[in-house]
Design a protein around this ligand. Structure first.
Ligand SMILES: *Cc1c(COP(=O)(O)O)cnc(C)c1O
Length: 404
């Protein structure tokens, strides 16, 4: 079977895939069908937190697979309860709703915020403020939450009731709260798909204070920034915030689909039986995998994430062809002189997987990526940014010619 042509014929045309078929991997190395090896600086878009085939994760998952795979939410299971407990103990949140993706985690947050406001102040307080340049998912409601028009086009009408504020302008939030009856403000502390742009610390503190004052909930979308990625367990912890709702997914499952909506004190008892649900949510195998991941994101690991981040930043900042490096922890965006698409393509051909975020090159390596692999990959990235790759190829060629 020709995988790439079969895929193109039968898979819905929603993805621009790289012309590579990956067949296996170990840790932060992936191998394609021709046996070519790549250093993985993308980890499946911040999903494979401890790389591919991590032994502890694999044994947690397979042990659960042998015990019990699926039950539905009509029955109790241990991994689901234990994971919810660990999430609450590590964050101070009170209750958890499990789903299967980031978009679903955000859908749940929007429902919780609207119900909280409806119960407490009246259903007319239903508007949700999100930020321009945000990304919250692909369902019709999370698309509505996403403050980027390019994603909305062709799918109107979206779920009504979303307002978009200018990032880093607390007065804009104030204005919207004065003009509209709102339930919540939802934001990513680092706008990931928007180009790996961290929000200002003072702005975030001010937004939290304004929201508190108006009894409007603060929702942090930690789908990408969560689970150690930012150098803290959750991104908001870098800013000392205490959100009312935290959503997460991507890296939580370490490679299996899981979404979680963490409910703080105010909204802990907003949902009642029948308010919300999910057939697969809290699946025991996914929860067992997530437990293995979450239990290992401790202070030591987080310190190493920050150290690796500092190394990458200091190697790339000021390097030839690099305009800027933004982000937190192992979630970094690089603005390059060359078009990002060109850099990404050339890295791929030189055996390094990186991805894009708007006009930037985005790095999301596994939290435990070995130092040697970072050094090697960053070395290649520096050469590609400096547009020196072609020179290397020329040298290689002339060496080969001499050998012949
Ligand atoms: C990826 C992402 C989502 C959507 O997650 P899915 O699992 O693809 O539904 C939502 N919010 C943020 C911040 C994300 O990065």
């Amino acid at each position: 079977m020709n995988i790439q042509s079969t895929d193109s014929q039968y898979i819905a045309n929603t993805y621009n895939r790289f012309p590579v078929t990956l067949t296996k991997g170990q840790g932060s190395l992936v191998i394609d069908e021709d046996g070519k090896e790549y250093i993985d600086l993308a980890s499946g878009i911040a999903v494979n937190s401890f790389g591919i085939g991590d032994e502890k994760w694999k044994s947690a998952v397979t042990a659960q697979l042998d015990r019990l795979t699926h039950t539905s939410n009509l029955y109790y299971t241990e991994p689901c309860a234990a994971l919810a407990q660990m999430l609450c103990e590590k964050t101070g949140m009170k209750k958890v709703f499990f789903s299967n993706s980031g978009a679903e985690a955000n859908e749940c947050a929007v429902k919780a915020a609207r119900k909280y406001a409806a119960d407490k102040k009246g259903s007319e307080y239903h508007k949700i403020i999100t930020l321009k340049n945000s990304f919250h998912g692909r369902t019709l409601t999370t698309l509505a939450a996403t403050g980027q028009e390019v994603f909305h086009r062709d799918f109107l009408p979206l779920t009504p009731g979303f307002l978009y504020a200018e990032p880093n302008d607390a007065n804009d939030i104030k204005r919207l709260l004065d003009e509209h009856l709102c339930a919540a403000v939802m934001l990513e502390v680092v706008q990931g798909e928007g180009g790996v742009v961290p929000l200002d610390a003072e702005y975030l503190a001010e937004v939290q204070a304004i929201a508190r004052e108006k009894d409007v909930l603060l929702i942090c979308d930690e789908v990408q920034t969560g689970n150690g990625r930012s150098g803290m367990l959750y991104g908001y912890m870098n800013y000392g915030l205490t959100p009312d709702i935290v959503t997460t997914a991507k890296g939580l499952g370490g490679g299996l689909p899981i979404g979680a909506t963490l409910l703080g004190e105010k909204v802990a008892n907003t949902f009642t039986p029948g308010s919300h649900g999910s057939t697969f949510g809290g699946n025991p195998v996914c929860c067992a995998g997530a437990l293995s991941i979450l239990s290992r994101i401790d202070d030591e690991l987080l310190a190493s994430v920050r150290r690796k981040s500092d190394y990458i930043r200091s190697s790339l900042e000021g390097a030839e062809g690099v305009c800027s490096v933004t982000g937190l922890g192992l979630m970094l965006g690089i603005k390059t002189k060359r078009p990002a698409g060109e850099v990404i393509k050339e890295c791929l051909s030189r055996g390094v997987l990186v991805i894009g975020a708007k006009d930037k090159v985005r790095l999301l390596p596994a939290l435990n990526i070995p130092d040697e692999l970072i050094e090697k990959a960053v070395g290649i990235l520096r050469e590609v940014c400096a547009d020196k790759a072609d020179d290397t190829k020329k040298t290689e060629k002339s060496e080969n010619t001499e050998d012949a």
